[in-house]
Design a protein around this ligand. Sequence first.
Ligand code: ZN
Length: 196
Amino acid sequence: MSFISKIFGGNENNFNEVRIDREVLDSVIYYSNEAFPNEFLALFDGKIIDEILYITGLIFLPGETSSTGAVFHSDMVPPTLKYWGSVHCHPSPSALPSEADLNTFSKHGMFHMIVCLPYSLETFKAYDKYGSPVSYTVGNYGYLADEDDDFFDEEDVLQEGESFEPGLLDEEDDDFFRTDEKDENNEIPISWNRKY
Ligand code: ZN
């Protein structure tokens, strides 16, 4: 096991390298500029192939921009949603994670990014779940995105009015999706917008 896979945790979600589709980062830059001077936050969609994590898309959370920071409302994340981490912008020249960011990193995935002003491919910084800097490669990996994913995947996202049924959850993914605040009757009264 490599040093990095130890950092990212030892299970079937092992990876020791991260590759990000350039269009994903371009989208983050676009939406960060749109949100300015507020923050923008999204989750990372992707997959692991041969112990390489490919980030191939963004999953947008509703209402995740504000003037007080991109607070991560974990009660808005459906328990069956699969994601690898988060990305958000800082409308400042620093891409260092705040205390709140570190808290989000520790709870919501294994790979996180922050982009700071001026928003560009050069001002992204990447972190593991402990807030330690990690390296990554940018390239054209959009072809790896699931073609059948469209915008909604019933296995990923609960529809409005539905409640969480533990039977829907794959056992192997159980830990990955668990959040502290969730109760079993939690409903997700929101719409989802999945890109790529
Ligand atoms: Zn932040």
